[in-house]
Design a protein around this ligand. Sequence first.
Ligand code: BES
Ligand code: ZN
Ligand code: ZN
Length: 506
Amino acid sequence: MATLKVTVKISPHAIVEQKTDSIAFFVEQDFDIQEMSAVSKAFFPALSHAMSKQKFSGKALSSLVVPGSSGDKVTDLIFVGLGKKNKQGVIDPEIYRKALGAAARIVEARKGRSLSVQLPKASLFGFNEYELSKQTTITLQMALYHFDEFITDEDRKIKDLKEVDYVINGGAHEEVQKGIDDGNIIALSVNTCRYWIDLPPEQLTPIDIAHNAEKIGKGHGLKTTIFNEKEIIAMGMGGLAAVSRGSERDAHLVIMEYEGKKGAPTIGFVGKGITFDSGGLSIKPAASMETMKEDMSGAAAVIAAMLALAKLKPEINIVALTPLSENLPSGKATKPGDIARFYNGKTAEIKNTDAEGRLILADALSYAVKHYKLDALIDLATLTGACAYALGPHFTGLMSQHDEFTQRVCQAAEKSGDKVWRLPLPDEYKAAIKSPVADICNIGSPKYMAGAVTAALFLQNFVDKVPWVHLDIAGTAYDVPDISYYRDGATGVGVRLLIELAMNWK
Ligand code: BES
Ligand code: ZN
Ligand code: ZN
């Protein structure tokens, strides 16, 4: 598990009394410099001159740092611009998240150990005080995450910020504190998800993920069931078994159950858990394999979300399933031309062993819809390079034929910051995955191209009539550029979205 780097609390003091070694301000474009007069007087009398000299007007994500002092204490004054309000009269919360990330990076570069944040007005972003505090906390904690446990040179390690103090104006103390508490719970889950993904593939194998899930289940009262490979084969999960066959390690299927309220709706979460994807016998080129430890990002997101939800306790029920396996070539490995029979009885020709995600998901989805009365089912998978090419690193691909559930997921995506973009899922393209020798084929005919869509159509064979949304996170799970609160490596995409979805189900 990851740990949170920083303690966040509400400062009992006004902004001009802050003793931290940095203070961050978030300002609208063309803000009134008069608003800064107390700060200027207390820390840096020439502030307005410095701002005009640097032409700092608060443009979105522009920043200015000036060294302030009060008595014998020096403090960096960090100003980050939020830009102008949009047509809806608010500032996009994602700009605020990126501004927070930018401030965190500035503090890091200047080796700050304590930071005061003048919380901006919640209404600027269309938030209430709770939401503002929660978003601020999640984003700062995400920005501070780093994976350096295998680096031995102390000089290369990032010196952690230890303390963040929120300076608030007015009486929303309780809401802000609740925002900090919930924000920390969510951030711990996001960063734990990132930590699992960032671990090398030898340090996080299928059984390791299963053990992590078991530990979370035990610690938080979630019923957790783990099936091993023998049981998986005996149950008829021929997709998961076929993918795991080339590996020395056992496949596992983990099922975690959260009961928030008897009789309330039940949602299913399913996450792809390939701890390393070599492609199998349809082996990947070396460069494409380099980051394939990320191929368990869906499973990590689902289990990490359960960790937060077990603490936040929404009044719904959730069942999370993660099929876990390695995808490796060997003398025992599944071969192109083999046919798998899945848990729901359907069969597929395996033409390409690198299209393994859909094979393990087929069994997990079939199991979910057979054993639980689900009101909705959502899966997260680093499923196709095609999706990453179509949408790039900032949008997760959403595919579904269920508009109402899609609407909910889109709202959760928008609110949480895990952005999605819907791709079509047309019945016409089902022809792409026909097979002459089995019910379906695990790769689409090249004539149809649309690899993300044909993969989703494959999965659709295993969800019966349950309202289902598929999220392809191949482009968004790892090494995402330009988002200041991420770093190279895992993003934890999907965790915030799943938590938001569950907390607002009603
Ligand atoms: N795990 C990969 C998809 C992937 C690609 C994830 C890039 C993250 C980044 C998946 O198992 C895969 O190899 N898909 C193939 C499917 C093809 C053989 C139909 C792909 O996308 O090339
Ligand atoms: Zn693959
Ligand atoms: Zn894969």
